[in-house]
Design a binder for this molecule. Structure first.
Ligand code: GCO
Length: 454
């Protein structure tokens, strides 16, 4: 139990919330915006067209962020809104939208954290090979340069790429996300190499063109394995799995972080992937490992690992009554202790939790209020574990709750509600949930209020 005396998060700790362009903006046909790979894919063609109508309602949404005390807001730029063809002539109206969004944030003392790529690849670039083409490196770097030149007099914090593991795996291996293709692991790892190169080139452009000192990061999302008991052997195997590569999938941490922070793919990963490993030039890693300032971690839940009969087993099936979110994800608060702790120990770079949250079956009650005690309990438990990680030495600089608004959850449409603010997608009415009031107190007390009531 955390003692109340002197309990705080670090003085400069940043409390925020996160969204992404395609999940909230809507107005997919505004001005000269052209489609992304998500516009015509699955529920993107229906629920993504309006989403939260944020393109039109951004001013009142940012006012809500200010009312609820957010210190920072992580949002992404819609690449096809500012560069309809992905490259070439920018769309001035699209750029002006982000000018106005950033200005609204600054007016409410909400620090903007800008993600450059949150999955909405312009369809025109997909048609030219997308991430499979090594040209994607220059396409993305030119886009990054455009945005830094436009916003860096007011924006200091930049995140290049959100979750390469997820958009590459779901989009190009299993096909349940846009563009809905099924390629070989080797082909997708080659595309992943181009994504890492694009990250590095973008970092170089940010450093070259930023009009005030830029603080740059990347936000991968790998699997965190959890020890089923706290004995050394189980902790050891959980750490080994969390910091290792499985040839079965892309959802690991080190394959995507080692090139950025250590300048090479991990040896164990090269052995695991074998012939599937991407072709690359040695000079590639000079680009990919262009120094950055922080590592964003998107962490929601973990899988337990145990040693049984001297063999590590992934005990996926927690007890059937174990708390789960509306998505069916297990509530595993300790993931915010073990994940940042092990990852910080390997890379020793400042960490932001750039996403953490839960989907819930929220709706307004007969009095018109949206009560979400589960999300409040979720926050108390996860933040207590995060605090323990900080106390044990991990340099964790901030926490962005996913998400500020209920929004479009990719292949699930708008059914999975992650917001602190409820959105009625028919009327677009916003209703702060009880968790939004709780989170405001948490921010105002720099975390003190997460402590269990006496
Ligand atoms: C992700 C994405 C978000 C999701 C969120 C809930 O982590 O998958 O960054 O866009 O909406 O995580 O699944």
């Amino acid at each position: 139990m955390i003692s109340k005396d002197g309990y705080t998060f670090p003085e400069e700790f940043v409390w925020g919330a996160a969204t992404s362009a395609f999940q909230i903006e809507g107005s997919v046909d505004a001005d000269n915006r052209k489609p992304s790979i998500w516009d015509g894919f699955g529920l993107g063609a229906r629920d993504g067209r309006n989403a939260c109508d944020h393109f039109k309602r951004f001013a009142s949404d940012v006012a809500l962020m200010g009312d609820f005390g957010l210190q920072a807001y992580r949002f992404s730029i819609s690449w096809p809104r500012v560069l309809p063809d992905g490259v070439g002539s920018p769309c001035e109206a699209g750029l002006e939208f982000y000018d106005r969004l950033v200005d609204a944030c600054l007016e409410r003392n909400v620090e903007p954290y800008v993600t450059l790529y949150h999955w909405d690849l312009p369809i025109a670039l997909h048609a030219r090979g997308g991430w499979f083409s090594r040209d994607s490196v220059e396409w993305f770097a030119d886009y990054a340069e455009l945005m830094v030149k436009r916003l860096s007099d007011r924006v200091s914090h930049w995140i290049t790429i959100n979750e390469p593991q997820v958009f590459l795996s779901h989009g190009l291996l299993t096909g349940d996300h846009a563009p809905g293709e099924k390629h070989s692991l080797g082909e997708v790892l080659q595309a992943g190499h181009h994504v890492l190169l694009a990250h590095g080139e973008a970092v170089r452009r940010i450093r070259e063109y930023a009009r005030k000192p830029a603080i740059v990061g990347i936000a991968p999302a790998g699997c965190i394995n959890l020890p089923s008991t706290l004995d050394r052997a189980n902790i050891g195997i959980a750490r080994e799995r969390t910091m290792g590569v499985s040839r079965k999938h892309l959802f690991n941490n080190v394959w995507w972080m080692d090139p950025v922070f250590r300048g090479s793919y991990p040896e164990q990963g090269l052995r695991e992937y074998g012939k599937q490993a991407p072709l690359h030039l040695d000079s590639d890693f000079e680009i990919i490992s262009e120094p950055i300032d922080f590592l964003g971690l998107n962490i929601y839940y973990g899988h337990e690992v145990a040693i049984e009969n001297e063999k590590a087993t992934e005990t996926r099936d927690l007890p059937s009554g174990h708390p789960r979110t509306a998505f069916g994800w297990p509530v595993t608060p300790e993931v915010l202790y073990w994940g940042p702790t092990w990852i910080y120990d390997r890379y020793n770079v400042p960490i932001y939790i750039t996403e953490n949250g839960m989907s819930n079956t929220d709706w307004p009650n007969v009095e018109g209020r949206v009560e979400d005690p589960q999300r409040i309990d979720f926050l108390k438990r996860y933040l207590a574990e995060l605090h323990k990680g900080i106390t044990d030495g991990a340099d964790i600089r901030g926490y962005f709750h996913w998400s500020f608004l209920d929004n479009f959850e990719w292949d699930k449409g708008c059914r999975q509600r992650f917001g602190l603010i409820h959105v009625d997608f028919e009327t677009q009415e916003r209703t702060p949930k009880s968790s939004a009031y709780w989170y405001r107190n948490c921010i105002q007390s720099n975390g003190y209020s997460i402590l269990p009531e006496d």
